[in-house]
Design a protein around this ligand. Structure first.
Ligand SMILES: Cc1ncc(COP(=O)(O)O)c(C=O)c1O
Length: 439
């Protein structure tokens, strides 16, 4: 490929930034948890590039599967069959235990969530039924996904109520909106509050509750009691439960899917996937529907579709990804290294008063919340702003060859599941040193 003659900052529109601020390195290669930049640097990726490169960069098995499929057949419409699509569906149904369910393939997470809502509304017989999600959540940046998201950054661009979406207060135990300091109590109250919202919309009906099981993209990690309690409430009130596993799936939370931590007590009716589904080697998302939902939808017309639904190249990458997770024991590895990560962050909390809370611990996903005052829990900067000293931490880490991700006052740690133990230890030692200067 010919190298571009004009700088990318002058020709491309980049997401989630002012175009004039964009100043990111150009990545030309990668291996494992490392990225290689055009100016010859090696950067350790502590966020799996938006929590998606679970398998690291340039996983040889994925690269080989994509190449092999490209040589055989690049594209076939979703109206016709494709072997990699059928194989991936079968593997996903096995891994999730949605044995007699079905899979609808999309291009990523936002459209998976939009289609999950369509299916839930159709199967529930409430085509314009309400959907309940929660504040401080992220479900994508297409219009309906923005309405589903409880994200203050995009609140003015879309009217969730007009799309029949209502947001519940979150199970944010560190700052519990229900006024309790007990995490489990907060979880139960938050789940009961969803039940109240379902009742409040009883006249029009609630088709579904859509939430992340525990790890929260926006930095809230629900206490363990939340998801099973939510499952209980949604079952009792007759609303479908949709697990958004776009970020938490594929080992990120120490299980294939985060809800599996609760066994059948946590089983959702529908689940959405993307990111780790191909370890981000190619774009792909999916909606999985349970056998019960599938049986309702099977005789009905589905008014939905995307030209690239179940693209063979992406599905071949998905099959290789699922095989890699299993053969390389990456789900267990995430659980084991996640425990080390969490314990180390808790030790850092003892040393740095700026760390108010450390959440996670169920896999390679953890959130560090920074505060101005640990006793009052006053935030380091008002949400969703980033404190200048945290910006300095990020640039110093980058200069030392490590990339950390932040959201407001939160440092989100989600390295690839293949990260070496020494690499993880080195990155945490660097974070420890740099935290001494934050606040
Ligand atoms: C929980 C969750 N849902 C949905 C999405 C949207 O996925 P995509 O960016 O592939 O549309 C994301 C992306 O960050 C996510 O973290």
């Amino acid at each position: 490929m010919a190298t571009p003659t004009r700088p990318e900052r002058d020709t491309v529109m980049h997401s989630w930034c002012r175009q004039t601020d964009w100043n990111a390195p150009t990545v030309v290669g990668g291996q494992g948890a490392w990225l290689h930049t055009a100016d010859g640097r090696r950067i350790l990726d502590m966020s799996s590039l938006a929590e998606s490169n679970h398998l690291g960069h340039q996983h040889p098995r994925l690269v080989a599967a994509i190449r092999e499929q490209a040589e055989r057949l690049c594209f076939v419409t979703a109206a016709w069959g494709a072997e990699p699509r059928a194989r991936l569906a079968e593997l996903l149904l096995e891994r999730s235990g949605f044995d007699d369910g079905r899979v609808f393939f999309t291009l990523g997470g936002a459209d998976a969530n939009e289609n999950a809502i369509k299916f839930a509304r159709q199967a529930s017989g409430k085509p314009r039924g309400w959907v309940i999600t929660r504040d401080r959540s992220y479900h994508g940046a297409s219009y309906a996904a923005m309405a589903l998201s409880g994200d203050s950054r995009t609140r003015t661009q879309v009217d969730p109520q007009a799309m029949r979406v209502d947001h519940a207060l979150p199970p944010y135990a560190y700052r519990c909106p229900f006024g309790t300091v007990d995490a489990e109590d907060c979880a139960h109250r938050a789940a009961a509050h969803v039940g109240e919202l379902i009742e409040a919309h009883a006249a029009d009906g609630v088709a579904a509750v859509l939430m992340e099981p525990n790890a929260g993209t926006n930095g809230i990690v629900a206490p363990p009691a939340y998801w099973p309690a939510l499952r209980g409430v949604t079952r009792e009130k007759g609303a479908y439960l949709i697990a958004d596993e776009v970020m938490s799936g594929f080992g990120r939370c120490g299980e294939w899917f985060a809800w599996q931590r609760y066994g059948d007590e946590g089983r959702p009716d529908l689940m959405t996937l993307a990111k780790g589904l191909t370890g981000a080697h190619l774009p792909l998302g999916a909606v999985m529907v349970s056998g019960a939902v599938s049986r309702i939808l099977e005789p009905q017309m589905l008014f939905t579709g995307l030209t690239y639904c179940g693209h063979p190249l992406s599905c071949a990458a998905g099959v290789a990804a699922l095989e890699a997770y299993a053969d390389e024991g990456l789900i267990e590895r995430s659980r084991r290294l996640g425990a080390t990560l969490f314990a180390e962050l808790q030790r850092m909390q003892q040393r740095h008063a700026v760390i108010g809370d450390v959440r996670g611990g169920e896999g390679l996903f953890a959130v560090v919340e920074l505060v101005a005052d640990r006793d009052t829990r006053a935030p380091l900067s008002p949400w969703p702003e980033m404190h200048p000293s945290l910006k300095t931490l990020l640039s110093e880490a980058m200069a030392a060859g490590v990339s950390f991700a932040t959201r407001g006052n939160l440092i989100i740690l989600a390295p690839p599941l293949v990260i070496g133990e020494n690499e993880l230890a080195d990155a945490l030692a660097l974070l420890d040193r740099l935290l001494a200067r934050v606040g």
